[in-house]
Ligand binder design. Sequence first.
Ligand code: FE
Length: 230
Amino acid sequence: MDTKVFRKISYGVYIVTSKAGDRINGQTANALMQVCSSPPLIAMAINKENLTHEFIKKSGVFTVSILSQDAPPRLIGRFGFKSGREVDKFDGMNYRLAANGCPILQEHTVGYLEGKVIKELDAETHTIFMGEVTEGQLLKDGEPMTYAYYHEVKRGTTPKTAPTYIETTQEEKKGENMKKYKCTVCGYIYDPSKGDPDGGIAPGTPFEKLPDDWTCPVCGATKDKFELEK
Ligand code: FE
């Protein structure tokens, strides 16, 4: 089997949240789809090891924030590479609580769904939760983020043929000869020709010149967790 074929399946990028008592948590998810319009049902696969899984199991309620294309990798990484067991992912975030008590992001979110679990299916490492959507609203204009967009554009490997390709500037060209470094925690590659615009790093900045307190835009790892990409 050629597992690369799985990469041809399209996904969005979502922040699925839940609660347990007065605690809230959320995580990045991509395996989510609508399965029925009347009643409005969705299905989503959530890893059993995640705290959000534990919370959904306990409370039976959730929200889904549908991320916009402008969502920074830092946001996706915060919810995808950190555990709510160690950090409060909502600390300092702009969110509000839905009627069911689960948080909804108010930034970089084109819309949200609020719902309750009506069925679940054991799927090895994951549980597939089927949920009835009890409320849903659009929050702003813009395109939803797709998983492919996140990988191809946000991680800076856009092919020249792509409509989203941005021509490189002189500064960026200068960076093409510089070495790339890879985050050993999440796999993000720092490409000097791209810099880290969300982190205030201009294109053309070599890895060696990054400030000491610079961290991985995806998972937040410190500079010493990076190694030379060969
Ligand atoms: Fe990382």
